[in-house]
Design a protein. Sequence first.
Length: 161
Amino acid sequence: MAANAADELARLQAELAELKAKSAELADQYLRAKAEAENTRRRAEEEVAKARKFGIEGFAESLLPVCDSLDAALAIDNATAEQLREGTDATLRQLLSALERNKVVVVHPEPGAKFDPHQHQAISVVPSEQEANTIVSVLQKGYLIFDRVLRPALVTVAGPK
């Protein structure tokens, strides 16, 4: 009997040692996984902070030629009206190009186009010969960025006949 008890005790001690080793291994794996998760969270927070801080960098960079053109225009002392007009047109083209490169799109509906409350803001409803709920005139262009309205186009809309 004593031999059986000694064998059982030895088996149980071996099993206990094995379970302690496995427990230590799992605790180590847990601590490593926890540290990795913390490092991943910290790196993600840093990336988000960088994106917030420098996310507009590309947009700002694309506007620099517009600033350069305006500076050059202001440096001319005796510009003629024609020169000013040409420079202004060129600068506007640069600005629109910079906006387009950054996915900002102009909303400028044609007269007669259907009024879209998602992209247009009706300033007034006017009597007109054209179909009701169509655009009569655009008072101010609107702008979209990736299909999201930055500013709706301000329009007058044809009223019912």
